[in-house]
Design a protein around this ligand. Structure first.
Ligand code: UFG
Length: 337
């Protein structure tokens, strides 16, 4: 298939482009480069061994997206382009609604105008908030706690409405747990601007000596070692899940909302000790107070993805740490260093 990938130069988007090409699909990238580097595209072309057409535009530019979809005769869209920092979303909610919700509306209108009727949407386990029990399956209550989460849930619900109104429209909402790691080549990976928000990039920067120590947010959570538990998922496994979802939409007559995780939770201290063992680097840390908005423990029940998509995560925490560290060592200042 020919697939438009919005946010194709971003962290998960770039890895997904490579998996799509590896499975014989054609890729067209759209990216505003608001939160990604132009240098990603030539690296992707190198790794993919083919040219990847790339259009610099904001998905809210409906006319431009319509032109790109028509020009390339795309069969489907994978929609990554969005803002993703929870804390920032609390300070700038309207930016999040404009980018993430209005951006999705523009994209859906452009798809309708060009007859493109398959969409894969990046959602998040954040839609579950603090779950009543773990592992979390797709029937768990939805309770968003911040504007970022709300923007994801609104788009999920919008997709349901669009599918009810248009019998040919199909979507897959993919609820990611915690994507980490990098491509094993060490040439693409997560490149946060400024101070990272997430654990793995911070662990890598501490190991590299860019920061003197990691702050562990809370040692008094109701978990076995007192630190927060998450379902870390290798970004290459996550990218593969998008290819499975694309093929599902092409071959099955239905839409899907599904968790993507390993089904295994790891605590902050477990991640640190795995990283130290696998990478042979110390990660000095200090336990500090809990971070606002955090929850104790979240991990996925990924059985629906296994049943419906035939997808399961294959790469373990060792591989996640090893690949994140390789990316960090080979690109200490990210793409633009
Ligand atoms: N943590 C630390 N120190 C840090 C950063 C994080 O101890 O400096 C801890 C957190 O408290 C948490 C764990 O590491 O226990 C993971 O934190 P991340 O920030 O890496 O990930 P979150 O689970 O908080 O957030 C992720 C995504 C969000 C998404 C959310 C859904 O980054 O986009 O999952 O729950 F909304």
């Amino acid at each position: 298939m020919k697939v438009l990938v919005t946010g194709g130069a971003g962290y998960i988007g770039s890895h997904t482009c490579l998996e799509l090409v590896a499975r014989g699909h054609e890729v067209v990238i759209v990216d505003s480069f608001a939160n990604s580097s132009r240098k990603v595209v030539p690296r992707l072309e190198d790794l993919a061994g083919c040219r990847l057409p790339c259009h610099e535009l904001d998905v809210r530019d409906e006319a431009a997206v319509t032109r790109v979809l028509a020009e390339h005769r795309c069969d489907a869209v994978i929609h990554f382009a969005a803002l993703k920092a929870v804390g920032e979303s609390c300070e700038q909610p309207l930016e999040y609604f404009a980018n993430n919700i209005c951006g999705s509306v523009s994209l859906l209108r452009a798809m309708r105008a060009t007859g493109v009727n398959k969409l894969i949407f990046s959602s998040s386990c954040t839609v579950y908030g603090a779950p009543d029990s773990v592992p979390v399956n797709e029937t768990a209550p939805l309770r968003v706690a911040n504007p970022y989460g709300r923007s994801k849930l609104v788009v999920e619900e919008m997709l349901g409405d669009v599918a009810r109104a248009d019998a040919k429209f199909r979507y897959a909402s993919l609820r990611y747990f915690n994507p980490v790691g990098a491509h094993p080549s060490g040439r693409i990976g997560e490149d946060p601007r400024g101070i990272p928000n997430n654990l793995m990039p911070l662990v890598c920067q501490v190991a590299a000596g860019r920061r003197c120590q990691l702050k562990v947010y809370g040692g008094d959570w109701p978990t076995p070692d007192g630190t927060g538990i998450r379902d870390y998922l290798h970004v290459v496994d996550l990218a593969r899940a998008h290819v499975s979802a694309l093929e599902y939409l092409a071959n099955r007559d239905r839409s899907l909302t599904v968790n993507l995780g390993t089904g295994r939770g790891a605590s902050v201290l477990e991640l640190i000790s795995t990283f130290e063992r696998v990478c042979g680097k110390a990660v000095p840390y200090e336990i500090v107070g809990r971070r606002d908005g955090d929850v104790a423990a979240v991990w996925a029940d990924p059985s629906l993805a296994s049943r419906e998509l035939g997808w399961t995560a294959e790469l373990d925490l060792d591989a996640m740490c090893r690949d994140a560290w390789r990316w960090q060592c080979e690109n200490p200042d990210g793409f633009d260093g």
